[in-house]
Ligand binder design. Structure first.
Ligand code: GRF
Length: 217
């Protein structure tokens, strides 16, 4: 019997976090499998990457739908068809309707390249540099109707160097994302992290590295 949580990964671009999740899921003891990849963009580089990894990948092109709700319904049909239990946003650049987000509350995660609640929205690495912070990082959180504001599951910290550009900082954060997201999904898929009354409850024996990660300085 297959007891692994069936994941969908939603992408719009490169798909490196999707690949990190797929690699993690190859381990026999990982509690989840990538059962579906959905891209809203037919030209996303991550689609080819997903297929190279042997994953089932589909396109739901938002331009083919008259409303946000109609697009969300098409995504949801793909999720239900693949019997998806947990949805991971990974560079997915569409805002979902509040109805969809509410229906999947507790069953959707997102990764954002800042230490939330700082630097929500677009270009968080540039925002971090302009704010002059010495530490930034990435956050995995449950998806709620409010953008980048859901309860936090896991965070990783990385230093911001004096000479950083948004690109160099993004690369340093991305390396941390690839460690953090599989750990956070492990926690949620195994039931050790759950959304309870608007907060993330961690329970049972958990490895701190799954929800807290900082590189050597
Ligand atoms: C990542 O930095 C992620 O945190 C942000 O978008 C980027 C996606 O990169 N939401 P990739 O497509 O996973 O390579």
């Amino acid at each position: 019997m297959n007891m692994r949580t069936r994941l969908a990964v939603l992408i719009s671009g490169r798909g490196s976090n999707m690949a990190a999740l797929a690699h993690a899921a190859r381990a026999g003891d990982y509690p989840a499998e990538v059962a579906l990849v959905v891209s809203n963009r037919p030209d996303a580089a991550g689609l080819a990457r997903a297929r190279e990894l042997g994953l089932h990948a589909v396109v739901v092109d938002h331009r083919g739908y008259a409303s946000r709700e109609a697009f969300d319904a098409a995504v949801e049909a793909a999720l239900l068809n693949a019997r998806i239990e947990l949805v991971c946003h990974a560079g997915f650049m569409r805002i979902q309707s509040a109805e969809f987000a509410s229906r999947w509350l507790g069953r959707q995660l997102n990764i954002h390249p800042s230490l939330l609640p700082s630097f929500k929205g677009l270009q968080p690495q540039r925002q971090a540099i302009e704010a002059g912070v010495r530490i930034s990082g990435c956050t995995v959180h449950f998806v709620t109707p409010e953008l980048d504001a859901g309860p936090i599951v896991a965070q990783a910290a990385v230093p911001v160097d004096a000479g950083d550009t948004p690109q160099t900082l993004a690369a340093r954060i991305l390396a941390a994302e690839h460690r953090l997201y599989p750990g956070a999904v492990r926690l949620v898929a195994s039931g050790h992290a759950r959304l309870v009354e608007g907060r993330v409850a961690l329970a049972g024996v958990v490895n701190r590295a799954d929800f807290l990660y900082a590189p050597e300085l």
